[in-house]
Ligand binder design. Structure first.
Ligand code: SAM
Length: 300
């Protein structure tokens, strides 16, 4: 049996990482967290059936998706999902899925909402991930994407002063550290359109991402000012949020009895205790303490 994982792009693996404690908690990023929530609240629909959070990590933002009946947290890292599960709890409201965004284990049209926040900067083939997300969304579904913007003020200044090699005006993504990319807003727009998304809004976020400002001024003030500046639409910030709608015709399976299919062949899955067995290719996928594990089949 061929192994599709061998030909997939590399993954920035957060398994066992201390992302929560080393990057967020007590690390002076309350401002970033606040302004991201402000942008998200502006872009999220008032209601929805089922939202897919791609690269959910430890579930930092999951409580923002309260307008949806169900939230599926998907991440490549089991350890991040375990933490999320401990804090959000195990119920029908939340499903936890360890899988690769390049190969989503879902039936077409299983979701009417999807978010990708602070994840696409780890993705070398953005088009492939956008196509996967479009496949699992219903027509008219909302896709909120955050991306790291290469054409931000500091980069433009540094480039003008010849303190930086890469050109922030060039459309090509820049890989500044292995598997860490910044993107030009027009590049992202093109990739979204090619994957059958129509962009409705683009919001610049994190105008004041400077330690010198964050250390001197109250977070409340900076967050409030950022919230206002987000209305300007000036895409010169290190982070940009976009709201996109799925266009074109495709299936709607929001009411199907199960959302899961085999990520390798798309076949139907049958339950065998804590294992899902593909009826087409016979691959077997584990459910580990309530987390669906589609990273690799059992016995591989
Ligand atoms: C910087 S964290 C962001 C987590 C969360 N969205 C947040 O904003 O707090 C990036 C997450 O993307 C996940 N990730 C990276 N590449 C992935 C892939 N190919 N498939 C699924 N998850 C991926 C990582 O495991 C990690 O948890």
């Amino acid at each position: 049996m061929n192994n599709p994982r061998e030909s997939r792009p590399r993954i920035c693996d957060y398994e066992g990482s201390n992302y929560r404690t080393e990057f967020w908690e007590g690390k002076g990023r309350d401002y970033e967290d606040r302004v991201e929530r402000i942008a998200l609240r502006r872009l999220l629909p008032d209601s929805g059936r089922r939202l897919l959070e791609v690269g959910a990590g430890f579930g930092r933002l999951t409580n923002e998706y309260r307008n949806f009946g169900q939230v599926v947290l998907l991440d490549y890292s089991l350890s991040q999902l375990r933490y999320a599960q401990q804090h959000l709890g195990a119920s029908d409201r939340y499903l936890y899925v360890a899988a690769d965004a390049y190969s989503l284990p879902f039936r077409p049209g299983s979701f009417d909402g999807a978010t990708v926040i602070r994840v696409i900067h780890h993705i070398s083939d953005t088009g492939a991930v956008f196509r996967q997300i479009r496949r699992v969304l219903v027509p008219g579904g909302t896709f909120i994407l955050e991306f790291a913007n290469k054409r931000h003020l500091k980069a433009m200044l540094r480039y003008t002063l010849r303190r930086q090699d890469w050109n922030p005006f060039d459309l090509k993504p820049v890989e500044f550290v292995e598997l860490n990319y910044d993107f030009h807003p027009d590049y992202i727009a093109q990739m979204l359109e090619a994957a059958q998304f129509e962009t409705q809004q683009r919001i610049p976020v994190s105008f004041f991402r400077l330690a010198s400002l964050k250390n001197r001024l109250p977070t409340n003030l900076l967050a409030m000012l950022d919230g206002w500046l987000q209305h300007t639409g000036l895409l010169v910030t290190p982070s940009v949020f976009t709201q996109n709608v799925a266009v074109g015709s495709s299936p709607n399976n929001l009411s199907a009895p199960t959302i899961f299919v085999c990520p390798d062949c798309g076949g139907e899955l049958a339950h065998d205790g804590n294992i899902l067995v593909c009826r087409s290719c016979s691959r077997r996928w584990a459910i580990r303490d309530g987390i669906y594990d589609f990273k690799a089949p059992l016995d591989e």
